[in-house]
Ligand binder design. Structure first.
Ligand code: ZN
Length: 256
């Protein structure tokens, strides 16, 4: 029975991932998220139901549009798979407790923000700001409101400070307000002090992958690398690896 539930949650998660792909594509372009039905981004042909099955259609069509034969971005099946796996993880961890719904929403918001920041270098406030309030409601229901609020203020405040100081030092924007709101959101969900390792993981991943990216592409350092996906990795990591991170820090004598 547990297995059938898990299969159902995975399939449902991949369908939500399909919708998150729609949001990632349409929100930054100012398109309606309801109509029209899904279409090929190249030739605009609307997709038949069997061309729109999460994960499977991409494999079945060999990663190409059925009509114009131009490649479909790998982003589509990846977002569907990632959403399905994260929903399955939430279900395995929380079953149908209230945490399941809130943590699932947290993951969904992070996926959409990462996708939009990755493709358009912008983080929509319309996702991050309501997300902050959803995070604080979650902490309130868990009798952890104060730690959620401190996590939000600490995280957002720290990135805001980096934005101000970086702006003075480099005479250009080092952190957007989108990043400030995103870290506030992560702080609300992760709470204090887990927002600290979340930012640390984001900075670590961001600098390693940023250096690899710059050395492969030979692009200049002025070319901004979106930080949202790395912040999202940090935020999701401290939720998923909560106990392991606490244990890891204890080995270094750091007690949370
Ligand atoms: Zn096409």
């Amino acid at each position: 029975m547990k297995f059938l539930h898990s299969v159902a949650v995975f399939i449902f998660g991949s369908a939500i991932g399909s919708f998150l792909n729609v949001l990632i594509y349409r929100m930054p372009r100012g398109l309606s998220i309801i109509t029209p039905r899904s279409f090929c981004p190249h030739c605009k042909k609307s997709l038949k139901w069997y061309e729109n099955i999460p994960i499977l259609s991409f494999i079945g069509l060999g990663g190409k549009c059925n009509k114009c034969k131009r490649p479909i971005s790998i982003q589509y099946p990846l977002v569907e798979l990632l959403t399905a796996l994260l929903l399955l993880w939430s279900f395995t961890k929380y079953s149908f407790r209230i945490d399941f719904f809130f943590i699932a929403i947290f993951f969904f918001i992070l996926i959409v923000i990462s996708g939009i920041d990755f493709t358009h270098q912008v983080i929509p406030d319309i996702l991050s700001i309501p997300g902050i309030f959803i995070g604080l409601v979650y902490q309130f229901l868990n009798n952890n409101f104060l730690m959620g609020l401190i996590g939000a203020l600490f995280g957002g405040g720290l990135i805001f400070l980096i934005r101000i100081l970086g702006g003075w030092a480099y005479k250009k924007e080092v952190m957007g307000m989108g990043d400030v709101y995103l870290v506030t959101l992560i702080g609300a969900f992760a709470g204090f002090p887990m927002i600290i390792p979340a930012i640390f993981i984001a900075a670590l991943f961001g600098s390693i992958i940023g250096m690899i990216y710059l050395s492969i592409t030979h692009k200049s350092k002025d070319n901004p690398i979106p930080f949202g996906p790395f912040l999202s990795i940090g935020g999701a990591s401290v939720v998923i690896l909560h106990n392991q991170i606490i244990q890891f820090l204890r080995n270094f004598g750091i007690y949370f």
